[in-house]
Design a binder for this molecule. Structure first.
Ligand SMILES: NC(=O)c1ccc[n+]([C@@H]2O[C@H](COP(=O)([O-])OP(=O)(O)OC[C@H]3O[C@@H](n4cnc5c(N)ncnc54)[C@H](OP(=O)(O)O)[C@@H]3O)[C@@H](O)[C@H]2O)c1
Length: 248
């Protein structure tokens, strides 16, 4: 497939949850879309149809962002088809929660590999494309726990804090070439990731949210849409919390 494109966005881990909402929102904003998924292939066809119904072109690329060569292939496929990449959203992420003294080595490594190294891998491979274009926007999905820490999430909070470091360092490296790099830090957003948490954790968390509700995937997609647009052209190296005031 080789098709002439308008603006193009790649979203990792887009088959469900926040990534799916971002893919649909950026399609509404007029982007052609490359969605990446790892295992949720059953959701992909319906999502592609929804994006096409919005008048946008879409491709789906299977791949594990934590593997350097697979991340390379995700970017390569998008460039082969669309010839450019204007926006990369590093959304793919996992949790493997547990208290420090019980956390298995593999649970630490896996969360770092997917969340942190996966973000590096995709940025590493998209940067040459954006540098050549002399334009681009990279949006990384961090988390409020990367700022505050969280008991039971040593692995996840380390990865999400690392994403903030990657965001600021790459923002500094790429700014002179017209590339903006920002992160969003969602609080508690209703998705499969948080559905598995106990009622007690949910109640305790709700008490810490001044706006008195959990976030929705649309709350995140709205801010990503802004960061993907020219309205945010003078913003780089920033972390925007989307958390109902949980962290301030
Ligand atoms: N929900 C929240 O409250 C919250 C708060 C702060 C930050 N976040 C962050 O927001 C992002 C999206 O989370 P979510 O809540 O939407 O979770 P989710 O519903 O569990 O979705 C996670 C997505 O990541 C994909 N993924 C996981 N490992 C991958 C890999 N190695 N390569 C490619 N894709 C991979 C999954 O794909 P498959 O299903 O195909 O495997 C899935 O589509 C994550 O980075 C998460 O850490 C979420």
């Amino acid at each position: 497939m080789d098709i002439a494109s308008k603006n193009v966005a790649i979203i990792t881990g887009a088959a469900k949850g926040i990534g799916r909402a971002i893919a649909l929102r950026l399609a509404e904003d007029g982007f052609d879309i490359a969605i990446n998924y790892r295992s949720s292939s059953a959701n992909v066809k319906e999502l592609m149809d929804e994006i096409e119904n919005k008048g946008c072109k879409v491709i789906a690329v299977q791949g594990d962002v934590s593997i350097f060569e697979e991340a390379k292939n995700i970017i390569k496929r998008a460039v082969e088809v669309f010839k450019r990449v204007d926006v990369l959203v590093n959304n793919a992420g996992i949790t493997r929660d547990g208290l420090l003294l019980r956390m298995k080595e593999n649970d630490f490594d896996k969360v770092i590999e997917v969340n942190l190294k996966g973000t590096f891998n995709c940025i590493r491979h998209v940067s040459p494309v954006m540098l050549k274009q002399r334009s681009g926007k990279i949006i990384n999905i961090s988390s409020v726990v990367g700022i505050t820490g969280n008991a039971g999430q040593v692995n996840y909070s380390a990865a999400k804090a690392g994403i903030i470091g990657i965001t600021k360092s790459t923002a500094r490296e790429l700014a002179s070439r017209g590339i903006n790099v920002n992160a969003v830090a969602p609080g508690f957003i209703k998705t499969d990731m948080t559905n598995s948490l106990s009622e007690k954790i949910r109640e305790n968390t709700l008490r810490t949210i001044p706006l008195k509700r959990f976030g929705t995937v649309y709350d995140v997609a709205n801010v990503v849409s802004f960061l993907a647009s020219s309205d945010s052209d003078y913003i780089t190296g920033q972390v925007i919390n989307i958390d109902g005031g949980m962290v301030m």
